[in-house]
Each structure stands twice: as structure tokens, then as C-alpha cells.
Design a protein around this ligand. Structure first.
Ligand SMILES: NC(=O)C1=CN([C@@H]2O[C@H](COP(=O)(O)OP(=O)(O)OC[C@H]3O[C@@H](n4cnc5c(N)ncnc54)[C@H](OP(=O)(O)O)[C@@H]3O)[C@@H](O)[C@H]2O)C=CC1
Ligand SMILES: O=C(O)[C@@H]1CCC=N1
Length: 279
């Protein structure tokens, strides 16, 4: 079993650790570094993993180091890691899950020779229903790619993408995606309450409908547009609701929202990363 280290033990690391443990990964082979004591205590209590304040002891014997800190602190953290790595015989594979921080910056901080995978997971990893996009630098071997894939697959599905730019698109679709569905569910629950349902009933119906629709879409041999048409009886109730969404340009709103998320990844790269020399 490979040794997995997380630098940063917040929301996303907790989701991935939860997925790994649920898939039978031994807690003793998982280590975390986080300066926040209560966060460390929570992870030890909940999952029995090893937790440290500093990155050095957490990374000892790690085969894979997942960089799970906020993009804003990634440079400082990466430079600290580089110093700690100097005493290590074995160099681990790095997997960065930070939005926007590109391979050029990560290599500048961690070293040009390091094997690095950029990954964009999402929080449903906690219940093994995550969706991750992966892209590796040229220094990453097939064995290391398989290792990254195995760790992320414990948390859900994995898609390798063809170019690094696609990771920003993955961020806009599935990285941030759970929040879009939660927003839609919030709105449906509130609307159900306005129509006279209790909040509990509106919540139960909304969540079960989301689960049912997602399962159907995944299992069906027809596309989602056809599934939508099958709910929409001519002259019926759904048609009224769909017409309301279409006349408010819901598709344009979704397109603009995902474009804004995608654009933000580029801005974070510029704000927080190293400037690439123009060729
Ligand atoms: N949340 C999400 O849905 C997703 C997030 N991501 C990416 O994952 C990364 C983490 O996000 P998220 O988990 O939400 O953030 P959190 O703030 O929940 O977690 C980050 C953790 O890192 C800790 N930290 C700060 N400095 C250090 C350090 N020097 N060494 C070790 N740990 C440190 C923070 O402690 P403290 O709070 O005390 O600062 C915090 O506990 C981000 O880069 C984000 O872009 C990717 C996909 C989805
Ligand atoms: O909002 C963010 O920046 C992170 C990345 C994807 C989901 N959460």
C-alpha cells in the first residue's frame, strides 16, 4: 500500500482522506500536515491518520504528496517543501489540487525534475462520488501516473485530460460544480416552501429528485436532452417551468458562470504564480 501525504488538511483533503479510508486504505499509511491544531485533532479522531504541524515529518516515506492548500499560500508551502525535501533519499510524486496554480509555477518552486500531476477533484470525493481531472508533467512516469490514478479513484471517477488548459475547464465544470447544484437545490427548496410545503418535505423531495435525475442520466442510453423531453408533456406543467427557464436564458447564464470560473483560474495563475517567458 502506498504512503500518501496531504499538505493542508482542510475541506478537500478531508474529502479525499474519507474516500481513501472508505476504500480500505490503511490510516497509518496516510499522513497530513496542517498548522491548525484543531484541524489535525479532528483528522486524527475521525480517521486515525498521522498528523503533523510541519511538512517535513509528514512527507517522510511518502510515495505521493497531495498539495491541498489554498492557491494563495501555495508558493510559500512549495518553497518550504523544497527545503524539507533536500534531506530525503526518495523524491515523491506531487499532486497539486490547487485551482489555477500551473505546472510552470509548481516546477519553478519544487524543482524542474519533480514529477508533478495537476489534479482537480471535488468535495463529493468524501462519499466516493468525486470526479477528478488529471494532467501530468513530462517528468511523471507511467508508474507514477497509475499511482495518482489509484489514489484519486478511491474517491470517485478519474479523467485524464489532453492539455493543461483543460484542467481549468475541469475546475469550472466539476471542481466548482457541486456548488452550482447546491445553489439550484437551495433555490428549489425555497420555492417549494413558498408553494406551501414544509422545509423538510421540500428538502427531501428536492434531494431525492436530484439523486434520481443524476442516476437516470448516468444509466440511460439516451442523452440528457431526451430525458428532459420525456418529462415535458406537451401542454403540461414541466413545459411551463422549462419555458420560464429558457426565457430567462438559463443556458446563457450557465455558460457565463462557467466562463467566469474558467477565467478565474487564469487570473489566479497570473496573480499567484510565476510568469512564463514568452516564446
Ligand atoms: N473546496 C473544494 O471544493 C475544492 C478545492 N480545491 C482546491 O483545494 C485546495 C484546498 O482547498 P480547501 O480544502 O477548500 O481549503 P481549506 O482552507 O479548507 O484547507 C486548506 C488547509 O491548509 C491549511 N494550511 C495553511 N497553510 C498551511 C501550510 N503551510 N502547511 C500545511 N497546511 C496549511 C489551512 O489551515 P488554516 O485554515 O489554518 O489556514 C487549511 O486547514 C485549494 O487550492 C482549492 O483550490 C480543489 C477542488 C475542490
Ligand atoms: O472555489 C475554488 O476556488 C475551489 C476550486 C474548485 C472548487 N473550489
Amino acid at each position: 500500500m502506498s504512503n500518501v501525504c496531504f499538505i493542508g488538511g482542510g475541506n478537500m483533503a478531508t474529502s479525499l482522506i474519507g474516500g481513501l479510508i472508505a476504500q480500505g486504505h490503511a490510516p497509518e499509511s496516510i499522513s497530513v500536515s496542517d498548522p491548525n491544531e484543531s484541524q489535525r485533532e479532528q483528522l486524527i479522531k475521525q480517521y486515525g491518520v498521522n498528523a503533523f504541524a510541519d511538512c517535513g515529518p509528514a512527507m517522510e516515506n511518502a510515495d505521493i504528496v497531495v498539495l491541498a492548500v489554498k492557491p494563495q499560500v501555495m508558493k510559500d508551502v512549495a518553497l518550504m517543501i523544497t527545503t524539507a525535501l533536500k534531506g530525503f533519499a526518495k523524491q515523491p510524486l506531487f499532486v497539486s489540487i490547487a485551482a489555477g496554480i500551473n505546472l510552470f509555477s509548481l516546477q519553478s518552486w519544487l524543482g524542474e525534475k519533480q514529477a508533478i500531476v495537476r489534479c482537480m477533484p471535488n468535495t463529493p470525493s468524501l462519499i466516493q462520488l468525486g470526479a477528478s481531472g488529471l494532467f501530468a508533467n513530462e517528468q511523471t512516469s507511467i508508474v507514477q501516473k497509475n499511482l495518482a490514478e489509484t489514489v484519486l479513484k478511491a474517491a470517485g471517477i478519474v479523467q485524464w485530460v489532453q492539455s493543461e488548459a483543460e484542467i481549468d475547464a475541469v475546475t469550472a465544470v466539476s471542481g466548482s460544480g457541486p456548488a452550482y447544484y447546491f445553489l439550484f437545490m437551495e433555490a428549489m427548496i425555497d420555492a417549494g416552501v413558498e408553494l406551501g410545503l414544509s422545509r423538510e418535505t421540500a428538502s427531501e423531495l428536492t434531494m431525492q429528485t436530484a439523486i434520481g435525475a443524476a442516476h437516470m442520466a448516468k444509466q440511460s442510453d439516451v442523452d440528457v436532452a431526451e430525458l428532459r423531453r420525456r418529462v415535458t408533456s406537451p401542454g403540461g406543467t414541466t413545459e411551463q417551468a422549462i419555458n420560464t427557464f429558457e426565457s430567462a436564458h438559463l443556458r446563457d447564464i450557465v455558460k457565463a458562470a462557467l466562463a467566469a470560473a474558467n477565467r478565474r483560474s487564469g487570473e489566479l495563475a497570473q496573480l499567484l504564480g510565476e510568469e512564463e517567458p514568452s516564446s
